[in-house]
Design a protein around this ligand. Structure first.
Ligand code: CP3
Length: 347
């Protein structure tokens, strides 16, 4: 990143290690069904994947929360499950049911995956990045993203969402060589996908490891830390100025090992992690992001005010990007997001 962008964009300045007041903010799932303009746009597509692959619609979805709230960063509108689709797996989003994938349940099933041509199949996503990049306000940064290998592989094996990803975990433990091969394929796919987003204009990237929290220490090290370390190293080698934010949701006591061993440039804190403890175990210079309970955003009022205050007070003197501990819930009243922005900007 050049120094001009960092000077103009508070989000990038914090990722470069600066402490800024008021803290820059954006929200995971800031584009979504809680916004009436999103629902109207979404109605123009036959299904969610089609929506993700139509740049004119995805650019607009990315920009909607920026126009409405003036957030400090836009996040590419897409989904982590576009990667399994581009590797050749059948992926669908059934209305009201979430994702459904044709599950990979054996070593032989992995033969169906094909890394060659993946980036070409995802070209509409990069056109979206370029389209957003061309029109974004000067002070707003553009974030690209991918699911982390464990989380993406977990959906690929399980075939759908789950509380505990028992099938995926069992497959990984019962067939370690095959699961290793799957993680390697997804790791390489993720590196290529992030590189292509950066080439199209993404100024920072985030890895969503939404299901890191279902793993015990041994698997956390092998399936979360190790692939993330490989991705962080590849990014650093090719794009040393592009920061990587790791979000290992539910990492708990593994948080410090995750941050130190993967060498991500910043860490997303989920809702459950005790904030003072996290700040104590993480290096003082490592930028942190998140931790506000999304329910406080849904409820608004005093719950929101107190939640914001607590985070701002405890992170004083540390590089902070304000965010939630998980995505914006569908039931969020849009005016509560405006109130959150006001509270954070008041400092
Ligand atoms: O943050 C943003 O605004 C950018 C876009 C974005 C989406 N999904 C859009 C989306 C991002 C960064 C994601 C990441 C994602 N997708 C994750 C990791 C973050 C997390 O929430 O833990 C995961 C696990 C997925 C997989 C996924 N996509 C699920 C489980 C679902 C169904 C649940 C639901 O809310 O319907 C989706 C669909 C999805 N992805 C929607 C959006 C706006 C809703 C689809 C719709 O409009 O009908």
């Amino acid at each position: 990143m050049n120094s001009v962008s960092i000077a103009q964009k508070p989000f990038l300045a914090v990722l470069a290690g600066q402490t800024i007041s008021p803290a820059p903010l954006w929200l995971m799932r800031q584009a979504g069904r809680y916004l009436p303009e999103y629902r109207a746009l979404r109605a123009q597509s036959k299904n969610f994947l089609d929506f993700c692959f139509r740049p004119e619609l995805a650019v607009e979805a990315t920009l909607q929360p920026i126009r409405r709230y003036g957030l400090d960063a836009a996040i590419l509108f897409s989904d982590i499950l576009t990667v399994p689709w581009a590797l050749g797996q059948k992926v669908e989003f059934l209305e009201g049911e979430g994702p459904k994938l044709e599950p990979l349940r054996s070593a032989r099933d992995l033969d169906r995956l094909e890394l060659a041509g993946m980036v070409e199949r995802l070209s509409p996503v990069y056109r979206t990045v370029a389209g957003v990049s061309a029109v974004l306000p000067d002070k707003t940064a553009l974030i690209g993203f991918a699911g982390a290998p464990w989380t993406v592989a977990a959906y690929m094996v399980e075939g759908h969402g789950s509380r505990d990803f028992l099938i995926a975990k069992s497959f990984g433990m019962a067939e370690p060589a095959a699961f290793r091969r799957l993680l390697d394929i997804v790791t390489q796919a993720t590196i290529q996908h992030l590189f292509a987003q950066i080439e199209a204009g993404a100024e920072a990237v985030q890895l969503f490891d939404s299901w890191a929290g279902v793993l015990a220490e041994t698997e956390f090290r092998q399936w979360v830390i190790e692939p993330t370390r490989v991705i962080a190293a590849a990014l650093r080698a090719r794009f040393p100025a592009i920061p990587l934010i790791g979000f290992p949701r539910g990492a708990g006591g593994m948080l410090a090992s995750y941050a130190l061993e993967t060498k991500v440039g910043a860490v997303g804190l989920d809702t459950q992690v005790p904030l003072d403890w996290a700040l104590q175990v993480l290096p003082r210079t490592l930028p942190v992001q998140g931790n506000l309970d999304p329910v406080a955003l849904v409820v608004g009022g005093l719950a929101l005010k107190d939640g914001v205050r607590r985070i701002l007070d405890r992170t004083r003197g540390r590089p902070l990007i304000f965010n939630l501990g998980h995505g914006v819930p569908q039931t969020t009243p849009p005016e509560h997001v405006a109130e959150l922005v006001r509270l954070v900007r008041e400092g």
